[in-house]
Design a protein around this ligand. Structure first.
Ligand code: ASP
Ligand code: MG
Length: 424
């Protein structure tokens, strides 16, 4: 007997039939004798609709554009999950399963005060554990919690993944199953490279890189939590027949296991290729090469909440002037240019150039730590396809390469095959 947290995303609860199907997945685990807590997202599209309503309100009221109370934003957008938690509890009860819904504030799931993007601080899991012991299934509304101000809070888009992993940690679950519309984590996006393979296992650190670098399977924060609390997390499909053979396998259910790297016996050098679209590059030309220049650039950008990613600084030829290039999401370019303009005197650059519509492709693998020549292989393969590299950054377990947007798909396929990921 095990304790399992099952999380179902928006497409898995998109309508009543699918909610009934989700109930069958839950019933399978309950019938096998496991203790089960379920975490649900809002029906797909619902959160977008709710966010849209809030954003349109100032236009209707004539109030200052885009200014609204973030606590009320949370009150509105948290409602999608309240609906699905109740509906799933009803579907389970109809199957003869003892189940009840829980809102974030009822548990409570305590968060910080950052309304709209709150972080979970603490979960009081005792009551849920007690009831699971009595055979009751907890159906928890994901994405929401209770702030220190005693108001509803939400965890940021995609946050119900984080709810699920946090609850799994809080109730000391043996496993956290993230049911979604794909059947696992792939070596790369199968829509771009049909030869992409589903991974049996991926290490927490690799998954963290994959999620941060563009793979959209899981919210980044949920992977961080899984890594810190060592929550064995499965990514699997809710669209398979709930009663197909192997679906209830306790140790090896179908899907991808995100786990400690020690659990991965046959570690490949490269595990996957991720990509992120809509990157933009900003270059400051002929900066003074002296202490404090980087601080003068990136301090104001950070204060304006602009997420800077790759940073490349040239070594200056004569020790007096240098160039600095960095990337930001395309949507932040105008804001970044404004901030840089406002600080031009303090920073002391000559001209600023920018280019949008770029793509960052990344090669990820823990095996890189102990292998030489991994980056050179990528550069050679891209060169053979005539793909120009604009910037490069590396860490112990990843290489990120910035290229022109139109080459994205070719680059992903090229990198995927140059490391043999489409074989075996
Ligand atoms: N419904 C929320 C969203 O769309 C949370 C989630 O689905 O993870 O962002
Ligand atoms: Mg999601």
């Amino acid at each position: 007997m095990a304790r399992i947290v099952m999380k179902f995303g928006g497409t898995s609860v998109a309508d009543l039939d699918r909610i009934k199907n989700v109930a069958r997945h839950v019933k399978r685990e309950v019938d096998a004798g496991h203790e089960v807590a379920v975490v649900v997202s809002a029906m797909s599209g619902k959160t977008n609709e709710l966010v849209g309503w809030v954003q349109n309100m100032p236009k209707v009221t004539g109030a200052n554009h885009s200014i609204y109370d973030a606590r009320e934003y949370d009150a509105v957008v948290a409602s999608g999950e309240q609906v699905t938690s109740g509906l799933l509890a009803i579907a389970l009860q109809a199957m003869g399963i003892n189940a009840r819904s829980w809102q974030g504030w009822q548990i409570p799931i305590r968060t910080d005060n950052a309304h709209g993007a709150a972080r979970i601080l603490e979960i009081e899991g005792a009551e849920i554990i007690r009831r699971m012991g009595e055979g009751q299934v907890a159906v928890v509304a994901g994405f929401q919690g209770l702030g220190p101000d005693n108001r509803l809070s939400t965890l940021g888009r995609g946050g119900s993944d984080t709810s699920a992993v946090a609850i799994a940690a809080a109730v000391k679950a043996d496993r956290c199953d993230i049911y979604t519309d794909v059947d696992g984590v792939y070596t790369t996006d199968p829509r771009i490279e049909p030869k992409a393979r589903r991974l049996k296992k991926i290490a927490f650190e690799e998954m963290l890189e994959m999620a941060s670098l563009g793979a959209k399977v899981l919210q980044v924060r949920s992977v961080e939590l899984a890594m810190v609390f060592k929550v064995r997390t499965f990514v699997r499909s809710s669209f398979e027949d709930p009663d197909a053979p192997g679906m209830g396998d306790l140790l090896n259910p179908p899907g991808t296991l995100i786990c400690d790297e020690e659990e991965i016996v046959e570690q490949e050098v490269v595990t996957g290729i991720a990509y992120a679209k809509d990157e933009a590059q900003i270059s400051l030309r002929r900066l003074a090469d002296r202490p404090g220049v980087s601080a003068a650039i990136f301090g104001p950008l950070a204060e304006s909440h602009i997420n800077v990613d790759m940073i490349v600084q040239n070594i200056s030829e004569d020790g007096s002037k240098t160039d600095m290039t960095f990337t930001v999401p395309s949507g932040d370019v105008e804001k970044a240019l404004r901030v840089l303009g406002e600080n031009k005197d303090k920073i002391g650059y000559d001209v600023v150039q920018n280019e949008s519509g770029l793509v960052k492709v990344s090669v990820i693998g823990i095996g890189m730590r102990s292998h030489a020549g991994v980056a050179a292989t990528a550069f050679q393969a891209l060169a053979e396809k005539g793909i120009n590299i604009k910037a490069i950054t590396t860490s112990e377990i990843k290489i990120s390469i910035l290229i022109d947007g139109p080459y994205a798909e070719l680059a992903v396929r090229t990198l995927h095959s140059c490391y043999g990921l489409d074989k075996s």
